[in-house]
Unconditional design. Structure first.
Length: 288
């Protein structure tokens, strides 16, 4: 029999039974140790508190301008400018409003006088401009006429080359029967028909030109020219050619002397033989 069964008695079985005490508590399991808390991170010194002026400066700079703020600023500027102009205009007109009637009349008279003076000055300046333009035009016209006259006189004097329509005349004299007077008749006939410039071979024919017979040819102003004789003439071809071919004229006279004459019309003739300009010994311009 087990000791703990009923009825079993131990050595002290004669003793009275012991009162049952309170039940024994079982020991609680030990809690796991909590991990040690990490130390908080070290912090730097706390920033110093800003003053009111520093906060104001920090809020204003750098400036942060939006489109709306810029538009408002422009509108305010335009409004202020308009108000300033309006105030100034009001002040200016206010001075006239406060003036007396006599003062207003005097001011109007002064304005009328000033306007009249300005109109007179304008008219005077316009007259001067017109006079200058006319005098300039007259001077330019005088210069143009002078140049043209000089050119014409130079052509007649043989000092300037001439070009234009005309004719060429070639006289073939194989027999040597053409004399100086025959060529002079041709020159005179061409002048009468309106020739403006004449050149025989390499000699320019002018108003004082003379022709003479020489050995083996003809002399023009003392310059010997040889056969064939070539004329270059500037003028109207429709007048020059018929003048040489009239019955009994220059062409027929030369052909009777067994010479051959060929007359050709040209659209452009160049008379480039020149005579040196001669200075008169005694004659002077009447304007000097």
């Amino acid at each position: 029999m087990r000791d703990d069964e009923p009825g079993a008695q131990g050595p002290d079985s004669g003793d009275a039974p012991r009162p049952a005490g309170p039940p024994r508590r079982q020991p609680l399991p030990e809690a796991a140790p909590e991990p040690a808390a990490e130390p908080p991170p070290e912090e730097g010194p706390a920033p110093a508190e800003l003053t009111g002026r520093q906060r104001l400066v920090k809020g204003l700079w750098p400036p942060r301008v939006t489109r709306a703020q810029l538009t408002v600023a422009v509108l305010l500027f335009v409004l202020g400018l308009g108000l300033a102009i309006q105030v100034r205009s009001t002040n200016d007109t206010g001075a006239l409003r406060g003036a007396r009637q006599d003062d207003l009349v005097r001011i109007l008279d002064e304005l009328d006088d000033r306007t009249e003076r300005l109109e007179d000055e304008k008219q005077r300046l316009e007259d001067q401009r017109t006079e200058l333009e006319n005098s300039s035009d007259q001077a330019e016209e005088a210069r143009r006429q002078t140049v043209e006259k000089e050119r014409q006189l130079g052509i007649l004097a043989g000092n300037v080359a001439a070009t234009g329509p005309g004719i060429t005349v070639t006289v073939q004299d194989a027999a040597g029967t053409v004399r100086a007077d025959m060529l002079l008749d041709a020159v005179q006939e061409l002048r009468a028909a309106g020739a403006e410039a004449i050149q025989v071979n390499d000699v320019r024919v002018v108003a004082g030109t003379y022709l003479s017979d020489g050995s083996g040819g003809v002399n023009v102003d003392g310059n010997k020219i040889t056969r064939p004789y070539r004329f270059k003439v500037v003028g109207n071809p429709q007048d020059l050619e018929p003048a040489l071919n009239i019955p009994g004229g220059v062409v027929q006279t030369l052909e009777k002397e067994q010479a051959t004459v060929v007359v050709t019309r040209e659209e452009k003739i160049v008379v480039d033989a020149l005579r040196p300009a001669e200075q008169p010994d005694y004659a002077r311009s009447s304007n000097e």
